[in-house]
Design a protein around this ligand. Structure first.
Ligand SMILES: NC(=O)c1ccc[n+]([C@@H]2O[C@H](COP(=O)([O-])OP(=O)(O)OC[C@H]3O[C@@H](n4cnc5c(N)ncnc54)[C@H](OP(=O)(O)O)[C@@H]3O)[C@@H](O)[C@H]2O)c1
Length: 268
């Protein structure tokens, strides 16, 4: 999708850091920034899978020769790695304009009483503590400029908790609370704090939830037409490419068959 010349000119020359860029929404967002800017963009793509990031870099730079893509391995759940990651960013991409806090995951559908402590730890470490640590570390860059965009990917799960999702829902509710505080703290600046809350999107998300069990993951999407990652990427890039005075503070994005976390119309 192209947003025309004004969106392209607003994005021109920006440096965008995307976490969880190796798959799904993060990957699609990288391509969408390249497309909407006409290639005039610098992207720092991070995740744990290095080879995947490198192949995304090659694909984007081939399609958009003006673009610069820097793939860097970053496990956001390893909080001790975040300082060094930011401190060692190559000079040409140090001055970050846009942070997309997208890395996130869910494990299992266990109910309270049977949730493995290791699952609780990894969900909070990744979805909440990693997001907070990276945002904190980048605040001086944003504050020095007095402007920029912080886009946090929440979820319908953060607004409407459901059985079997106690921990994942709590992590996304934490993201929502953190995001809203940050927006209020930055009220006197041009730093925009944006939350995008997807409903059901078909990515690797459910495969991760069911630990690689593709049949269980496919069953989630049986009889429905979920969103695709590009749908959310378009919303993210739309929000970032508005005039500086326009803050798309919060969006909830459903496919047409979905009206809440669990209310789905399934054609079976
Ligand atoms: N799909 C949905 O229905 C849905 C709905 C609402 C919200 N969301 C949210 O959307 C975001 C993106 O999810 P998705 O649907 O695109 O799922 P996905 O296809 O599984 O992508 C998740 C991304 O996060 C990365 N990631 C996971 N753990 C990480 C870690 N410790 N450190 C760094 N990167 C990590 C993964 O890369 P590596 O494995 O290479 O590290 C991958 O690139 C998540 O925050 C998710 O909660 C998804």
């Amino acid at each position: 999708m192209s947003f025309g010349t004004s969106a392209a000119s607003r994005l021109a020359g920006k440096t965008v850091l995307i976490t969880g860029a190796s798959s799904g929404i993060g990957r699609a967002t990288a391509f969408e920034f390249a497309n909407a800017s006409g290639g005039d963009i610098k992207l720092i793509l991070t995740a744990r899978r290095e080879a995947t990031l490198v192949s995304i870099k090659e694909e984007i730079e081939k399609a958009y020769p003006k673009s610069k893509v820097v793939p860097i391995v970053l496990d956001v759940s390893k909080l001790s790695a975040i300082d060094a990651f930011v401190d060692n960013l190559p000079q040409e991409v140090k001055d970050i304009d846009v942070l997309v806090n997208n890395a996130g995951m869910v494990h299992g559908v266990d109910q309270v009483g049977s949730i493995a402590q290791s699952d609780i730890d990894i969900m909070f470490q990744t979805n909440v503590f990693g997001l907070i640590a990276l945002t904190q570390k980048l605040m001086p860059i944003f504050k020095a400029k007095g402007k920029g965009d912080i886009v946090n990917i929440g979820s319908i799960a953060g607004r409407e908790p459901y059985p079997g999702g106690a921990i994942y829902c709590a992590t996304k509710a934490a993201v929502k609370s953190f995001t809203e505080t940050l927006r209020k703290e930055l009220i006197a600046t041009r730093i925009r704090v944006i939350e995008v809350d997807p409903g059901q999107v078909e990515t690797e998300f459910s495969v991760v939830r069911f630990r690689g069990d593709k049949d269980k993951a496919d069953a989630v999407y049986k009889g429905v037409e979920p969103l695709i990652a590009e749908d959310i990427a378009e919303v993210i890039v739309f929000a970032v490419s508005r005039r500086e005075n326009v803050v798309i503070a919060d969006t909830l994005v459903f496919p047409s068959h979905q009206a809440s976390a669990l209310i789905m119309h399934r054609k079976l």
